[in-house]
Ligand binder design. Sequence first.
Ligand code: NAG
Ligand code: NAG
Ligand code: NAG
Ligand code: NAG
Ligand code: NAG
Length: 690
Amino acid sequence: PLRLDIKRKLTARSDRVKSVDLHPSEPWMLISLYSGTVVVWNHESQVPVTCCHTHTCRHCSTRHSRRTFVVVLCARVFSDDMLIKLWDWDRKWTCSQVFEGHAHYVMQIVINPKDNNQFASASLDRTIKVWQLGSKMPNFTLEGHEKGVNCIDYYGGGDKPYLVSGADDRLVKIWDYQNKTCVQTLVGHAQNVTCVSFHPELPIILTGAEDGTVRVWHSNTYRLENTLNYSMERVWCVCSQPGSNSVALGYDEGSIILKLGREEPAMSMDSSGKVMWAHHSEVQQANLKAMGDAEIRDGERLALAVKDMGSCEIYPQTIQHICVGARFLTVCPQHLFLSSHAVDENIDTAVPSAWYAIREGNNMVKIFKNFKEKKIFKPEFGAEGIFAGFLLGVRSNSSLAFYDWESAELVRRIEIQPKHIFWSDSGELVCIATDESFFVLRYLPEKVSAAQESKEGTSEDGIEDAFEVLGEVAEVVKTGAWVGDCFIYISSVNRLNYYVGGEIITIAHMDRPMYLLGYIPKDDRLYLGDKELNIVSYSLLLSVLEYQTAIMRKDFNTADSLLPTIPKEQRTRVAHFLEKQGFRQQALAVSTDPEHRFELALQLGELKLAHQLASEAESEQKWKQLAELATTKCQFSLAQECLHQAQDYGGLLLLATASGNADMVGKLAEGAERDGRTNVAFLTYFMRGR
Ligand SMILES: *[C@@H]1O[C@H](CO)[C@@H](O)[C@H](O)[C@H]1NC(C)=O
Ligand SMILES: *[C@@H]1O[C@H](CO)[C@@H](O)[C@H](O)[C@H]1NC(C)=O
Ligand SMILES: *[C@@H]1O[C@H](CO)[C@@H](O)[C@H](O)[C@H]1NC(C)=O
Ligand SMILES: *[C@@H]1O[C@H](CO)[C@@H](O)[C@H](O)[C@H]1NC(C)=O
Ligand SMILES: *[C@@H]1O[C@H](CO)[C@@H](O)[C@H](O)[C@H]1NC(C)=O
């Protein structure tokens, strides 16, 4: 069985929908109505983007070319005939070929994705015909349906030469178009079948019918996995998109977008660099250590030797390494993937201890330790989801409650709707990510035990002082991990960042969605996976993370001992971090960038160092800045020198006259005259009566 998560994301009521399509990159759904209206919906913001009216329009599709969104509409402006016509887009839509052979209306054609010269047609004459471009007559005919055939689709994978068809005999048939036989007949629909589709990613076939249901069949076992009935009357069309888990459906009464399974790939890495993932039902493993010392560049796809681990009986939706005792195991939630134990519930595991929890229904939570059931309890506000970590998080429809694993007692309830929760290894810091932002909190176990003892500071929401909020960042975290006190994450706009002490540091901007697998300290690298199960890496120095962690903990001894391990080119970055944390003196000691050091020297009033840096830089701007500082510090001879270096005659004049220094005024006059600063020269001569 597949046990696919199926969620309804959008319901758009309208007149009869005859065709739907999904944009390949934008979150747009195009629907064309029987009435001739065409609407584009943004399925993320859930609003219609645009709308237009045409002739009666039956089929539409989108073509993506650069940034244009071309909508091709096919209107039945001609009378129905039994012909298929090829229209040439490049030659002003001239009809370049006619295909003859069907004895009744042609309902649909599809082009073979593996051979663009071949297409198949479905007709009310009860047949499917396969054609070659360039040949007027069909290549061959597939017969077997007992009533008109409404719809067909090619299987896109390379392993099977299959077609699927749906007909008014209420049957769905799978055909092998190489040996031209019907491989399987799927029985279940109670009315005419109107649309069929092989899903481009998942091992499923989707079929829709006039009985109002969409059925999900396993494309290998042909088992009926789900029957979806959204009570929108007859189903007319289904559309799925490669690389996406959205499926659009069109009905008599509107359209629906479903999300099937999870967006993230089922991939996990353990701390030794073994990566495990599921490719459809097959579980595979690769070892990063086996790559040797090959030079790796940031963002480059890693060439890994892949080992097959066998196949999962249940379609794995996530994979996660957990550590139980000294052993590492892999878990696919909804199914524990180890020594024939299978647990068919929502499960989340606590790393690195041996605790894990299982959610039963929407109100019970079972706690296990070392695979033994320890406790079962009913969270007061319901259990819509669970999050393992230092504490057990239980999400309800309005809040998040943290429980103690051992006692299953409430520690703290927070009004928040979390998507993900990430605990640091020490259990001291936790990041709670929501749909809009993320929060970093510090967990205060001393306050918790104090409150538990004294019974003070507790309410129905738990212990008030259990957490301290350190910061909120308006970014959506997709995946993340802690290294020390640094929270590394990938944001919804594909940015690889880390958060430390309230500051965000960007490591890379990526061109596609990536998922964080983990950090291997020994390699100083972060590993990321994408949907196609490629693995890439980015350099991130452990010494820098450790240094920043030490600074956050105000452990300057450790920080000082780490400093020599930080390469010179990283020092300035670290210095900027120190400065932002308010440690300017340390920043000045660490920075290697003269500009930064000069700024810091000015801020710290280090006139001598600033003077040295200004002389090295020979920058007029720096001399001016230093002159200003020297003046405020009443260091007039330094100020004079600086103004002189900056050739700031106006400043010199002010300084000389204000200090009543006739000698200086005299020298200034000569200098100014020599340099052609006539205004200043005139004034100085005038004042001295010359
Ligand atoms: C079908 O197409 C194949 C490949 O183009 C060709 O070799 C074969 O002769 C065709 N058969 C018929 C009956 O047209
Ligand atoms: C045609 O191929 C399918 C596999 O795709 C096989 O199951 C079936 O037995 C074959 N039929 C004939 C008649 O060779
Ligand atoms: C199913 O198709 C037949 C024609 O084969 C048609 O007469 C009938 O009305 C259709 N059923 C529904 C529910 O529309
Ligand atoms: C779909 O649901 C509606 C409303 O609950 C019901 O009337 C209808 O019979 C269902 N259809 C099927 C085929 O189960
Ligand atoms: C939230 O859950 C409570 C109790 O579990 C329930 O009474 C309430 O109706 C739910 N609210 C929503 C909006 O689902």
